[in-house]
Write a protein that binds this ligand. Structure first.
Ligand code: HEC
Length: 120
């Protein structure tokens, strides 16, 4: 552990920028305190959503970041209420450039996914 830390520190010093140090190590499910359901949701997120949505930073990818998606009353881009019903609809049906996942993911998978989104 100590060595890993020193390695990271050295890498950051070499890069000579705080930005490089900002790219933090991915936390494990246990470190995030995820329930089994949320942890399943995270796997689905990584497989289907991560390429377009940042979960832990506010930068844009192809889609808006989902960090804190349920911590405000309305979702930033669609302006729809930030709740399971509306977010679930977007996930099932898609929206603008986002494809729908209603054919790909089961109801159970979507509910696990929503449980994970609540932790962001
Ligand atoms: C190909 C890229 C892409 C993929 C893959 C994708 N999305 Fe999206 N998503 C988008 C875009 C683009 C938008 C903005 C749509 C709009 O203009 O309203 C969006 C919007 C959303 C919104 C609404 C955000 C808001 O502020 O209104 C949610 C919630 C969301 N996506 C969740 C997901 C989840 C969960 C997955 C994985 C199952 C996923 N997306 C997969 C591109 C993607």
């Amino acid at each position: 552990m100590k060595h890993a830390h020193l390695g990271l520190l050295t890498a950051c010093l070499l890069a000579g920028t705080l930005l490089a140090c900002h790219a933090q190590r991915r936390l494990s499910d246990a470190e995030l305190g995820l329930t089994p359901e949320q942890s399943e949701g995270r796997k689905i997120y990584d497989a289907y959503c991560d390429r377009c949505h940042e979960p832990y930073s506010t930068s844009d990818k192809q889609g808006p970041p989902l960090k804190g998606i349920f911590r405000k009353p309305y979702m930033a881009v669609s302006g729809l209420p930030a709740n399971d019903e509306r977010a679930g609809e977007i996930i099932r049906l898609g929206r603008s450039k986002m494809p729908g996942f209603g054919q790909t993911l089961s109801d159970r998978q979507i509910s696990d996914l929503l449980a994970y989104l609540h932790t962001l």
